[in-house]
Design a binder for this molecule. Structure first.
Ligand code: LLP
Length: 385
């Protein structure tokens, strides 16, 4: 655990809860800012879905980011946190009418459209508002990413986006709709991607599509490449900030842009992942002849990633410096999958010890549930402790 961790201040707080290191978040945002400023055509959006805690959103909105939203609730959360509506983009395969209306009422910058059926509904609702809706087509680039099968999104079999073969026909139809203005193309191949060759493959695909569109006389203003940059779950203290320099330069190197085109990014995990820790208290050590369980008061209701994706999160006993022992770290929920880690080495555990589950800033608190009639975990930032 890094030395900034305010261990003395957290003892009286009811567990489990999320602790957000606002210093690390700000450092991360400063690095992103520095790296993106090397390019004059990069526009950054924060993917609200990764963490929509209002305190986190407030900090991020101060760094000039736009917001990438996937629901009306997220659009509202972004507006409430101070993200400018002129930088809000809205994606999702199933947009309800009230959500589209909310976007239109607030003049958001772009609807990322995923089907012809949706396009027609947006056109109808926009005409009722007497407005022109800006749209980008989300294209399914049929590219596999080296990540968990449940969080890859850009394969033909996934529900997301419009198939490349259908693009030409859909653009022709869109041109005839009076309340639609086509301003871009949108892509997102998946999440927790560490292999830059996946992003390079996306660039090559975008280049091919742009070449085809150009032959039809179509050049669009925005190329939105989504998000997906991963973080180092194994060694959060060695690599607290992802390699944004490499990430941004991969796109600069491989994307062939037309004059005046802008590249939009939708970063989620890489912005907030490392600044969050789930803090939990050790309830019992259950020692059988077969296994030793460390039973903690957080469960899959607080952090579902290990149960849902077999995701790895580093676990530390920050109350103990005794020799390590091997435990299965499990929660109190009545599900066998309520396991944070199997056979991990952590410092010898005692009832009452504080256990830190690291790299939990993204897709942690936002995915919490109240299953088993549990309370939702609270989130605190450094200044509040
Ligand atoms: N843009 C779109 C269209 C997306 O679907 C996503 C994430 C992002 C951007 C942000 O991706 P990021 O930069 O965070 O990788 N719950 C899963 C992750 C789901 C990601 C969903 N889409 C997890 O816990 O790993």
């Amino acid at each position: 655990m890094n030395t900034n961790f305010p261990i003395n201040k957290i003892h009286n707080i009811k567990t489990p809860f999320y602790y957000y290191d606002s210093g690390l978040l700000r450092n991360t945002l400063n690095i992103i800012d520095k790296e993106r400023n090397k390019y004059n055509n990069y526009c950054l959006h924060y993917a609200i879905k990764a963490n929509s805690n209002p305190k986190i959103l407030k900090i991020i909105s101060q760094y000039g980011f736009g917001a990438d939203c996937v629901s009306g609730g997220e659009i509202q959360a972004a507006i409430d946190a101070g993200f400018p509506v002129s930088k809000i983009v809205y994606a999702g395969v199933g947009k309800s009418d009230w959500e589209i209306n909310l976007g239109l009422d607030n003049d958001i910058s772009c609807f990322n459209v995923e089907s012809l059926a949706e396009l027609e509904v947006i056109n109808n609702l926009a005409s009722k508002h007497n407005k022109i809706a800006n749209i980008a087509f989300r294209i399914n680039p049929n590219i596999g990413a080296h990540t968990h099968a449940n969080i890859t999104t850009g394969l033909a079999e996934n529900k997301f986006g419009i198939a490349m073969d259908d693009l030409e026909a859909i653009i022709e139809k869109a041109k005839r709709l009076k309340n639609i203005s086509i301003i871009g193309l949108h892509f997102h191949i998946g999440s927790q991607i560490l292999d830059m060759s996946d992003f390079k493959a996306l660039c090559n695909r975008v280049n091919d599509i742009q070449d085809k569109l150009e032959q039809l006389g179509i050049i669009l203003k925005n190329i939105n490449v989504g998000g997906g940059l991963g973080i180092n779950y194994e060694h959060p203290d060695e690599e607290p900030i992802p390699n944004f320099a490499e990430y941004f330069s991969t796109y600069a190197k491989h994307l062939r842009l037309r004059t005046g085109q802008k590249v939009h990014f939708e970063l989620g995990r890489s912005v907030v992942g490392q600044c969050g820790t789930l803090i939990t208290r050790l309830l019992y050590v259950k020692e059988g002849s077969f296994k030793k369980f460390a039973i903690v008061d957080a469960g899959m209701t607080d952090l579902i990633r290990p149960a849902l994706y077999h995701a790895y999160h580093k676990i530390e006993n920050i109350s103990s410096s005794q020799e390590t022992e091997v435990y299965d770290v499990v929660g109190p929920i009545c599900e066998s999958s309520d396991v944070f880690a199997k056979s991990v080495e952590i410092n010898k555990c005692h009832r009452g010890d504080i256990i830190a589950i690291r790299s939990a800033g993204a897709y942690g608190e936002v995915m919490a549930s109240q299953y088993n009639c549990r309370e939702l975990p609270k989130g605190y930032i450094t200044e509040e402790l």
